[in-house]
Structure formats: structure tokens, C-alpha cells
Ligand binder design. Structure first.
Ligand code: PLP
Length: 353
């Protein structure tokens, strides 16, 4: 099959850029104490998670229980849910999943810890628990070392829970365009995490793992980082948001569209906001970089004259945000030059529970 035979709008993945991104991450982690635990939220595609494991990932990180269930179904044996699972209805599912793989979850609240223990006791299983620590993103996480220690000790006292370590994701710095500010603030967080780890260990609890990090911050981690698990996700794909940071990774993910109408002052494409997520940067059309863009549900209008584009032509678009764009597609076409070499199902797309 050739690229121009793909029914559009459709996601395509450039095989060579993907391979380069795998290699760049290997290079970045060479000599580092961190092991890659790539975040599944970016691809939601079991085939890609399997490739990452074959490439040396220690396990796969995800955000949701339903994603973790999909990963286990695909044979991924080590899974970290970098998030809280609180709803009572979900806890028996979480406990059942812990019986099928090596599962870790986060907690930031004593009530949740006791509910996790109850669910694990009912299933006669064991669950690893990371205490989430707030490092500036203002999402989940306890805010002081004392609160952290209290929760870690509570977890350690539960017969069916294992205190695993620290989850500390500095998401507010992932897209920080000022490289020196990004580095300085990350070093500050690194110092806080080292102090926290020492404090917890002085109080008798070993911290086995420190988890976090992203595509945007991976290269800024010091060689003696306290982090052991790097949770970068977008590095394989990249997107218009990450492109602005001039990172070492290449653009590999594109939305392929078709020109469906050409007028004197504009060109219309067959994909709009139902094919392209709009939660971060505006998608980029490299063939017409200066055109003003109007998005609607199923159309994109590029305001440009004398373009030489004609009906039926394909046009590539760099999504503004790869993770949320993957989440609205059922499949992705792996392409090598003009050839389609594989088609992968994005089975976890829409899995938000
Ligand atoms: C917990 C966690 N870790 C890591 C990431 C980093 O992902 P990326 O490399 O795609 O920026 C995210 C992104 O949302 C996240 O929520």
C-alpha cells in the first residue's frame, strides 16, 4: 500500500524518524542511573509499548487503570500507574490487575491508602505504592516531607501494600522554553527530592524508586540524579509544542489530510478538530507554514493564494499535541518513504477510566 492510498484524515508515523528517536533516547540514558519507563498516554498503542519493552524499557507508565488493563492484556508485565486510583468501583479491578502483573500505583492521601489495603486484602494480593510529591505543577501530591513520611509509614504498615518510593513529576517545566530557567528549576527540584529521599531513609524506610521526568526535561537531569525511572512519552513522536524547544528528537507523527476544495484565496483539507487535538500549540502545516489557519470540526481552511495544490493532493500536518491527537484515532500507519509498512491499532484511545 502507498501513502496516497490511505483514507484520510489519518495518522502516519515515519519509520526512520521513529527509529532515530528510539536511538536518541538510548543515547540520552547511556550512563544514567535512570531506566526508561515510557508514558503510555502518548501512544495508547500496545504495539508501541511492546517495542519500547524490547528496546530495554523497565516497564510502562500509564495514567489510567483502563490503560494498565490494556497493557497487561498485551503482555506488559511491569506497569506503573502514575496517578491516584480512588473510586471505590475501580479498586477490585485494580486488585485483580495486581494479580496479573507487577503493578505500582500512586497515593497522596491516607484514606486512599487504607482503601487500597482493603481491596488488596480482599484479593489476597500485593501492590506497590509510590507516594506522590508535589514539585510545582499543582496537581496531585503531598506537599511536605513530614506528610510524605507519614503516608510512607502508613503504606509500610499495611500487610498488602509495599512502599515503593517517590513519584515527583515536574510537568510545569516540560514545555518551559527558557532552557536555563528549565535547568535551574529542575536542579532545585532534584535537590529537594534528594533531601526527601534522605529524610525518608533516615527514618528507616528505603526508597527503591524515584519516578518522573518528561521528553522536555530528560536531558536536563544531572548525571547523579536521584530519579530511577524516566517517564518520558512524547519523545517517539514529537509535536508542534515540543518542536519549539529544539530537543534532540525528530518529528515522526503527522496527520495526513487530503485537499477537498481549492478556491482563489484558500485551500480546504478534510481534517479538523475531530482529527487534531487543540489543547496545546496550533497544528503546523509545513508545506504552507505562513498560511492563516481556520479550523472547524471536519475541515481545515488554509488561507493561501497560488499554492499549486489541487484536489486530491495529500498534505501533512504536525499535530499541536501528540498525546491528545493519538487519543482521537483508532489506528496509525507506519510509513517508510511512500510505502505503508504496517498498521497499528490504538486500542487504549478513549480509555480514560
Ligand atoms: C506523570 C507523567 N509523567 C511523564 C509525563 C511526560 O510526558 P511527555 O514526555 O509526553 O511530556 C507526563 C505527561 O503528562 C505525566 O503526566
Amino acid at each position: 500500500m502507498k501513502i496516497h492510498e490511505i483514507e484520510t484524515p489519518a495518522l502516519i508515523l515515519d519509520k526512520h524518524a521513529l527509529e532515530k528517536n528510539f536511538q536518541e533516547m538510548d543515547r540520552l540514558l547511556d550512563g544514567s542511573p535512570m531506566t526508561l519507563y515510557p508514558h503510555y498516554k502518548s501512544n495508547k498503542c500496545p504495539r508501541i509499548a511492546q517495542m519500547q519493552m524490547q528496546h530495554g524499557a523497565g516497564g510502562i507508565t500509564c495514567a489510567k487503570l483502563s490503560e494498565a488493563e490494556d497493557l497487561a492484556e498485551a503482555g506488559i508485565s511491569t506497569i506503573v500507574i502514575a496517578n491516584q486510583v480512588v473510586q471505590a468501583e475501580k479498586l477490585p479491578r485494580l486488585a485483580a490487575l495486581a494479580g496479573r502483573c507487577d503493578l505500582t500505583v500512586c497515593a497522596d492521601d491516607p484514606e486512599n491508602v487504607l482503601a487500597l489495603e482493603q481491596a488488596m486484602a480482599a484479593a489476597s494480593g500485593q501492590l506497590r505504592v509510590l507516594v506522590e510529591y508535589e514539585v510545582g505543577m499543582r496537581r496531585c501530591g503531598v506537599e511536605t516531607p513530614e506528610e510524605f513520611l507519614f503516608l510512607a509509614q502508613l503504606i509500610d504498615a499495611q500487610p498488602h501494600l509495599i512502599f515503593e518510593g517517590i513519584q515527583a513529576y515536574a510537568g510545569h517545566l516540560s514545555h518551559e522554553s527558557d532552557a536555563s530557567r528549565r535547568k535551574t528549576e529542575l536542579l532545585d527540584i532534584e535537590a529537594r527530592i534528594k533531601a526527601l529521599k534522605a529524610f525518608v531513609e533516615q527514618n528507616g524506610l528505603p526508597v527503591r524508586n524515584v519516578c518522573g521526568g518528561s521528553t522536555g526535561t530528560a536531558a536536563d537531569k544531572p548525571l547523579d540524579t536521584a530519579y530511577t525511572q524516566l517517564q518520558a512519552g512524547s519523545y517517539l513522536f514529537m509535536d508542534a509544542t515540543y518542536e519549539t524547544l529544539n530537543l534532540r528528537f525528530q518529528q515522526a507523527l503527522f496527520l495526513l489530510t487530503t485537499v477537498i476544495s481549492v478556491k482563489e484565496d484558500r485551500v480546504m483539507l478534510d481534517g479538523g478538530v475531530k482529527s487534531l487535538a487543540m489543547d496545546q500549540a496550533v497544528p503546523v502545516f509545513p508545506a504552507l507554514p505562513d498560511a492563516e489557519i481556520i479550523f472547524s470540526e471536519e475541515h481545515t481552511t488554509l488561507l493561501a493564494r497560488n499554492t499549486s495544490l489541487k484536489l486530491g493532493d495529500n498534505m501533512r500536518c504536525i499535530p499541536g499535541h501528540c498525546c491528545t491527537t493519538m487519543n482521537i484515532h483508532d489506528k496509525i500507519y507506519l510509513v517508510d518513504g511512500e510505502d505503508v509498512v504496517d498498521v497499528w491499532a490504538i486500542t487504549s484511545r478513549g480509555k480514560a477510566q
